[in-house]
Ligand binder design. Structure first.
Ligand SMILES: NC(=O)c1ccc[n+]([C@@H]2O[C@H](COP(=O)([O-])OP(=O)(O)OC[C@H]3O[C@@H](n4cnc5c(N)ncnc54)[C@H](OP(=O)(O)O)[C@@H]3O)[C@@H](O)[C@H]2O)c1
Length: 239
């Protein structure tokens, strides 16, 4: 039930995978605005009932930021307690090379949109002394099969460090780096992890670790198997 102490939370890419698991975890207690690429009509029965939804296609970074702030205005929100910039894509490279289109899409959706959305959300977050969370990846250190994806996540890592320093005392900024998680992302990327998929974390477990990390405001935080085995999904502050 949404009551006293509830927060206003934005989750981009919250209609599938990790973002959806996080939205489902938080929507009972908080006001949640989800964004995604697909129209709401395709999401019947998927989104949490209490959550709001707005289409913000990150293929066009500036337009996605405008769609997001228009959504906040439509809801009458003048402040945001937490923004989780989670939407992302990947494309499996062939022989180590991404296509020109894959490079453009990856950087626009994963990095340029996050920059534009962070800028657009700043005043909303500042009013609440809120927290901006970027969702990176353990691949930000470099990963052979997905060079453009790794570059986009390394860019987010640097962006988070810069804004954490620049916005300190007004808006907390952090980056979370999930480990491999059992979502549809790999199939959409054209990458078959084969038997390794069985070792991937369940999205609900990744979401639990992310929620605790968001509440902690620490940065960077890696939410991988190691943290999970150390009890990371069951310890820490509740968001
Ligand atoms: N799964 C993993 O192993 C893993 C590991 C490390 C980091 N991550 C990161 O975690 C985040 C979520 O990944 P996931 O595994 O949950 O992926 P997912 O299941 O494929 O979900 C991706 C989300 O991003 C949205 N999205 C994709 N393209 C978009 C666009 N052009 N405009 C707006 N939204 C768009 C999708 O919306 P639509 O469905 O409407 O397209 C969906 O909500 C990503 O940033 C990913 O890089 C994932």
């Amino acid at each position: 039930m949404i009551g006293a102490g509830s927060r206003r939370i934005v989750i981009t890419g919250g209609n599938a995978g990790i973002g959806l698991a996080l939205a489902r975890k938080l929507a009972d207690r908080h006001h949640v605005l989800i964004t995604g690429r697909r129209p709401q009509g395709e999401l019947a029965g998927i989104l949490p009932e209490s959550a709001s939804y707005v289409v913000a296609d990150q293929s066009d970074p500036e337009a996605s930021a405008r769609a997001l702030t228009d959504g906040l205005t439509d809801l009458g929100w003048d402040s945001v307690d937490n923004a989780v910039l989670n939407a992302g894509v990947g494309f499996a490279a062939v022989d180590g090379f991404d296509t020109t289109e894959a490079i453009r899409q990856t950087l626009d959706i994963n990095l340029a949109s996050a920059i534009a959305q962070a800028r657009a959300l700043y005043s909303f977050l500042e009013r609440a002394r809120g927290t901006l969370t970027f969702v990176g990846s353990v691949a930000h250190r470099g990963s052979a099969a997905i060079p453009a994806y790794a570059a986009s996540k390394a860019g987010l890592h640097g962006l988070a460090r810069a804004l954490r320093s620049e916005w300190g005392g007004r808006v907390a900024v952090q980056i979370l780096h999930p480990g491999p998680t059992r979502t549809d992302m790999h199939e959409k990327a054209g990458y078959d992890p084969g038997r390794l998929r069985a070792l991937f974390l369940d999205p609900d477990e990744t979401a639990k670790m992310m929620a605790a990390a968001i509440a902690s405001r620490r940065s960077p935080v890696t939410t991988s198997w190691l943290r999970y085995l150390a009890g990371g999904a069951f310890t820490g502050r509740r968001l």
